[in-house]
Design a protein around this ligand. Sequence first.
Ligand code: C5P
Length: 235
Amino acid sequence: MEKKPLYEGKAKQMFATENPDELLVYYKDDATAFNGEKKGIITDKGVLNNKIATFFFELLGKAGIPHHLLKRLSDREMLVKKLTILPVEVVVRNIAAGSLAKRLGLAEGTKMAKTVLEFYYKDDELGDPMINDYHIAAMNLATPEQIQKVSEYALKTNEILSAYLKEKDLELIDFKLEFGLYKGEVILGDEISPDTCRFWDSKTGEKMDKDRFRRDLGNGEEAYKEVLYRLTGEK
Ligand code: C5P
């Protein structure tokens, strides 16, 4: 397949294909945190995240959530629908951790009485500031109908993934999603992986996600491998 580099992000690289409606995504091992201030590598992260994201997209697809994955092509590559990404990141939280715990003075691990949905303006220079639906409408980042769909899909994703992960002794603490438009429809894009979610072992409370890298806890690769193993049985 002919590949023309289009854009290189922190964890993935995008290539144009001969089909203008499709992109090739290449998953890298590079790990970044704190808006790119901390940089490192998690060995084989690209392979593991490509497989984990494929698993999650397929699970969500079966439940009726439209997503961009067309096919996993190789260990590090997937073929996806080319979306016009909405400049809004969506975070769903079940248990207080990370920036929510810090901002609101909650102990990490505090169960939220209600699922929390947050929006962030996707802008690296501004450090992705939190916004609400008024800002989104006022800045024309998305239409109210699009945000309605985004919210509906994000909450449904939370239900599906939380239930599935619980069976595998993983607690879904929080996660980030990105959506885009494809032929006018709102579609789930980007990735769902230990880079973009917090997973805690249900029994031990051990962190099984990028917090191992962010907080220098070590064994990042082992944690990502264990997530793939619990989801798919693949070693
Ligand atoms: O840092 P914070 O606690 O706000 O992150 C909430 C969730 O969103 C975490 O699961 C984190 O991995 C994810 N996230 C992300 N990309 C960002 C910010 C947060 O994947 N730019």
